[in-house]
Write a protein that binds this ligand. Structure first.
Ligand code: CUA
Length: 159
């Protein structure tokens, strides 16, 4: 088969570009430990409410480094607890999971946004700079009551 010289160059160029992209994805996955959201920590969904890692539902705990840890569970069709209070300007670590199906967790007006997949613990840390009343919504369709599944986050002025 006769392939034009310039055609040949561009075929090789396209091949090299694809190989470079795949190498970048592969190397960065290993180098930065990329994986699904949060660190992959598992939990038995039916035992969420007796698991010691979720024994402080609704009671924010201050960790030794000053971070406030908030544990919450999602279940059709509410969050446990439905209302959480945290101080403004502090690091807040959310530890979240689902006791039944896949739910979403988004705090409107902030960068807090994750999925709650049964069997896994989602964790992220953020800082709320503005005191106020924030709406927590489930943004993954989880059943007939999905549209009423919400909670409240109250960010208090730390003073
Ligand atoms: Cu829970 Cu939608």
């Amino acid at each position: 088969m006769n392939i034009d010289f310039y055609e040949r160059i561009w075929m090789w160029a396209a091949g090299v570009i694809i190989a470079v992209f795949i190498a970048v994805i592969g190397l960065s996955t290993v180098a930065y430990g990329l994986h699904p959201p949060s660190h992959v920590e598992t939990i038995e969904p039916s035992k969420v409410f007796t698991d010691p890692r979720f024994s402080k539902l609704g009671q924010p705990v201050e960790l030794p480094d000053g971070t406030i840890e908030v544990q919450m569970a999602a279940l059709m069709f509410s969050f446990a607890p439905n209302e959480v209070r945290v101080p403004a300007g502090r690091r807040v670590r959310f530890r979240l999971t689902s006791a039944d199906v896949t739910h979403g967790f988004m705090i409107s007006g902030t960068n807090a946004n994750t999925m709650l997949v049964p069997g896994y613990i989602s964790q992220f840390t953020t800082v709320f700079t503005r005191p106020g009343d924030y709406l927590i919504v489930c943004h993954e369709f989880c059943g007939n009551g999905h549209h009423i599944m919400s909670g409240r986050l109250i960010v208090e002025d730390a003073k």
